[in-house]
Design a protein around this ligand. Structure first.
Ligand SMILES: [Mn+2]
Length: 201
């Protein structure tokens, strides 16, 4: 678990059975004015998949201050000619107190607000590299004590109703997931638990 000034992050990741390389790549960073979290799942498996998903991460790292839409467009450009990838990106603007997120293909984001509201995004279809028709970006007001769960398609729908996703301790979330998930998984699995703690005084 990484505990930032405003944001905590804990990540669970496991490669598909029998694979050395996990085709999923992730990255997150907290700076003075922003938090950025990204998860990419490369098409195919093993090293080929890793190459595409890592390319997404590299682009995001280089363009931290661009808008979510600009970053996704750049990732798409970079992936032309590669196997391809799907991605999810979350950007928290700590100054404006808003968050923006977007997913293309099979990356999910579920948002649990302290007040109990739960939101799930509708991903843009296709994937980066060759089946890309632009991406929808949602921007909403940030509230203290919000959990963002970002996951690749190794996570199964039935696993997402668990109550531990609302826990205020992100490490407990990934530990609980590791303990209760289905171990016979057929795909690379990454689950990022991100919590906006709010202003500390
Ligand atoms: Mn996958």
């Amino acid at each position: 678990m990484i505990s930032g000034r405003y944001v905590d992050v804990s990540v669970y990741q496991k490669a598909k059975k029998g694979n050395h390389f996990c085709g999923d790549s992730y990255f997150f960073i907290e700076e003075d004015q922003i938090f950025l979290g990204v998860l990419a799942d490369g098409l195919g498996s093993g090293e080929i998949a890793k190459e595409s998903s890592q390319a997404v991460i590299d682009i995001v790292k280089q363009h931290k201050n661009k808008t979510v839409k600009e970053v996704v467009d750049l990732c798409n450009k970079e992936l032309i000619g590669m196997r391809g990838a799907v991605m999810g990106i979350l950007k928290i603007d700590l100054t404006d107190q808003t968050f923006s997120f977007s997913t293309i293909g099979n990356i999910g984001i579920i948002i649990f607000e302290k007040a109990g509201k739960k939101k799930r995004n509708i991903p843009s279809s296709g994937y980066l590299g060759s089946r890309y028709r632009g991406v929808k970006v949602m921007t909403e007001k940030l509230t203290e004590g919000t959990n963002f769960i970002v996951f690749s398609d190794g996570v199964q729908d039935k696993e997402l109703s668990a109550c531990y996703f609302k826990d205020c301790d992100v490490e407990r979330i990934t530990n609980a997931y590791a303990q209760y998930n289905d171990n016979s998984r057929q795909d690379d699995t990454t689950l990022m638990a991100i919590r906006y703690k709010g202003e500390k005084d």
